[in-house]
Design a protein around this ligand. Structure first.
Ligand SMILES: [Zn+2]
Ligand SMILES: [Zn+2]
Ligand SMILES: [Zn+2]
Length: 82
């Protein structure tokens, strides 16, 4: 089961890639975390703020950053995140 990365509402720009900042359009991929980084999955991947159900926004990748197997890598450390 992959763990997905989240952003707080102040860091999240709707539909913009968490990696390169490009607009994702209709082809979005959910950003993942590896098992090591997923320990902090309840924190914003950008600013580290504690997340609650009301301020968490899924981090997404654009078609370029999340294409094919690229979406299987941790958005934080770049390691494989199956
Ligand atoms: Zn991107
Ligand atoms: Zn944040
Ligand atoms: Zn990681």
């Amino acid at each position: 089961m992959p763990k997905y990365a989240y952003l707080c509402t102040s860091c999240a720009k709707k539909d913009y890639c968490v990696k390169c900042g490009k607009w994702c359009g209709s082809t979005k991929h959910l950003a993942r975390l590896c098992s090591r980084c997923s320990g902090s999955f309840d924190r914003c991947v950008k600013c580290g703020k504690m997340l609650t159900n009301s301020n968490r926004v899924p981090a997404v990748l654009c078609n370029n950053c999340g294409f094919g197997s690229k979406q299987n890598y941790c958005v934080k450390c770049g390691k494989s995140a199956p």
